[in-house]
Design a protein around this ligand. Sequence first.
Ligand code: APR
Length: 250
Amino acid sequence: MIERAVEVLSGRKRILVFTGAGISTESGIPDFRGPQGIWKRFDPADYTYDRYIADPGFRRESWGKRFRSPYLDAFPNDAHHAVTRLWESGHLIGCVTQNVDGLHVASGLAPEALVELHGTANRIHCISCGDEPEFGEIEQRWESGEEDPACHRCNGILKTTIVYFGEDLPMDATRRAWDMAEQADAVLVIGSSLSVYPAAFVPLDVVDRGHPMVIINRGKTDHDFRAAVLIDGTAGEIVPTLVDRLTGSE
Ligand code: APR
């Protein structure tokens, strides 16, 4: 099936890459809806913006999970690096990711190429005044005992920029994602069930504009029927091979 994907994507210069949790599982970070997915162990209804704002105990738990996360030292894998190579070889309009793990950034993907549509665990902001303290500063304060550090500017609630259920997507990221979808001439979905909105509308918008969608995913997605090419397999193996073929570096 890679042959078919090469045929469909060859020669295109404005491919939109859309990634989900499946691109990071080979870096040791679990996905949400796969066989070992996070939502098989936790209830997504617990991870709401309203609960974060109302419940100091939940905030303390969230900071503990963030600063003690075993995923803190996850590294980008071959699929992340392949996406960066595809950008650097001039084939992409950009990459819109639903992931908050920062691994596309860690793989060296240029900031202008990347939209973190669901925010990132590596940035912190005040929900009241919008101040964005350094991650390290808040980590220091937490390490020295402040379990629910407040904004130093307005004493408001601090939060990573991860978008919780019930929270609006960041305006700037949303606008940039739609701009990319508008200009794209194809969309390559990697490791997403395409089951969460409005994020999933981004790749579907490219299809609605009459351009092909290639899906690389382990198992089904909610929109397989709209794909020009479906590759049921592992991102870390398939994406580098596909990128080698598209960039002629094979
Ligand atoms: N290679 C290819 N596909 C993989 C791999 C892999 N190594 N590992 C897992 N997958 C597939 C899974 O089988 C699954 O179909 O990736 C898909 C990931 O789907 P989800 O777990 O639903 O993750 P995602 O699509 O990113 O979820 C979207 O849901 O809970 C919210 O905000 C959260 O951003 C997340 C959003």
